[in-house]
Structure formats: C-alpha cells, structure tokens
Design a binder for this molecule. Structure first.
Ligand code: OAD
Length: 225
C-alpha cells in the first residue's frame, strides 16, 4: 500500500461544489488566467487577485467533503501517498494527514519578501505586512503559472518507488503533474486513471465515472473490503 501514489485534481472536489478549471463553465472560462494566476498579474492588480482567491477560499470553506475525499483518506491511512494539485483543504477535512499540496494552499499566506507562511484569514487584502519581516507583499500561498510547484523532489522520489500511480479528476493539461504518469511508467509502475472521461494520458487502466461514486468502489477493491 505504501507504494501507491495518488494524484488528485479539481474533479475530486467538483461534487463538493468547487468549480473545475477547464470543463464547460470552468474557472478559466470565466477568469483570465494571466490576470489572476501569474506573478505578473499580481504585480499589475493585487486587489483583483486577492478578490479572486478570497472568493475561492469562501467557496472552499463552505464546501462539504465528498465520498471520494473520505475514501482517499482511508487509503492514505493504509499507507498510500496523496499528491494534490488542489488548493482547497477537503482532503484534510476528510481526515487525510500527509497530503502534498504541490500547487500550494488557499488557507495559507506567503510573504513574497522572506518566504514565511502562515494561516490565511478568511479575506486577504492589499498592503498587509508580514508578521515575520514586516515587509511584503503578502500573497496567497498558491503556486502560479511560471512558478515551480512545491515538494517536487519528494514527489519524484515517490514516483520512482511506486508500484501503482493513480490520477483522479485531473485533465492532464498542466505540467509537471501531467508528466507524472510517464515518470511512473518509466519506474515500472502500473497506471490507473479515474475520471469522468478519458484524458490523453497513457494509462494501463481507466475507471470512468463521477469521483464520489467510483473512487470509494476502487478504494474498497484495493483495501479488500
Ligand atoms: P481541470 O479543470 O483541468 O480538469 C478537471 C478534470 O476533472 C477533467 O479531466 C474532468 O473530466 C474531471 N472531472 C470533472 N468532474 C469530475 C467528477 N465529478 N469526477 C471525476 N472527474 C471529474 O483541473 P486540474 O487538472 O486539477 O493550477 O487542473 C490542474 C491545474 O490547472 C490546477 O491545479 C490549477 C489549474 O490552472 C493552478 O492554479 C496553479
């Protein structure tokens, strides 16, 4: 079980009411990614970027975990590693303890000057000083486009050692996460995709359906329940 690496994406939280990015009505059909999810966008209009993430934090705080988050917490307790691209905290609220947030966390603040991080208030605003260095700007602790995802060394080590790699609810459009399936294959792992529909990735097996229904079934299968 400790040789299973699970990568999750927005599809895992879709049935909790959080929007995905690239589906019909997804966030990137309503917002300009360059304006709200890049360092350049933040430098140009920090108030707009704070408003975007304040709204997403509010949605995440109001959302309920779904059966997919709960099943994955059971799988983690049995030894699997969860790597998520999601910035919500629903895996943790379902009981998972060691989730790797490669794209950062909505519920944390990052000081762009000194790199300190701390718990986010419900609403962030422009001009708040860092409690560590008194500088700033302070920003949501989100990895934006053009920035390097967190914990890559740990993730690559886990992929190289894994026997089964599972991608759940992710379109496979954003690197480096989109390349994990190939890294796992090179390491000799079996690969499984769980999604509403097949993506373009090369997987050995696919389970298609809504995450809240098919993830618990698959976890029961793995745990022999
Ligand atoms: P996407 O919006 O690109 O893809 C969501 C995937 O979830 C699609 O493949 C859908 O088919 C699938 N899906 C939707 N509803 C589902 C459900 N109920 N059950 C199962 N699958 C479902 O989201 P991500 O792949 O997570 O990065 O996007 C990756 C990154 O792009 C995000 O972390 C974010 C975004 O820009 C940053 O903000 C840095």
């Amino acid at each position: 079980m400790d040789r299973i690496v699970v990568l999750t994406g927005a599809g895992v939280s879709a049935e909790s009411g959080l929007g995905t990015f690239r589906d019909k009505d997804g966030l990137w059909t309503k917002y300009d990614l360059a304006e709200v999810a890049t360092p350049e966008g933040f430098a140009a209009d920090p108030a707009k970027v704070h408003a975007f993430y304040n709204a997403r934090r509010k949605n995440a705080l109001e959302a309920e975990v779904n059966a997919a988050h709960e099943a994955l917490a059971r799988l983690e307790a049995a030894g699997a590693l969860i790597v998520t691209q999601n910035v919500d905290n629903l895996h943790e609220r379902a009981g998972a303890k060691g989730v790797i947030h490669m794209h950062g966390e909505l519920m944390r603040v990052l000081c762009a000057a000194c790199g300190a991080t701390w718990d986010a208030p419900r609403e962030m605003a422009v001009g708040e000083a860092c409690p560590n260095c008194d500088g700033g700007p302070t920003r949501p602790d989100i990895v934006w486009f053009g920035e390097i995802p967190y914990h890559m060394e740990r993730i690559v080590d886990a992929l190289e050692a894994c026997e089964l790699f599972v991608a759940i609810g992710t379109s496979g459009e954003v690197y480096p996460a989109a390349g994990f399936v190939e890294e796992a294959r090179r390491a000799g792992a079996q690969t499984l995709e769980i999604n509403l529909e097949a993506t373009g990735g090369r997987f050995d097996r696919r389970i298609l359906g809504p995450a809240s229904a098919v993830v618990p079934q698959w976890v029961d299968e793995v745990l022999g329940a």
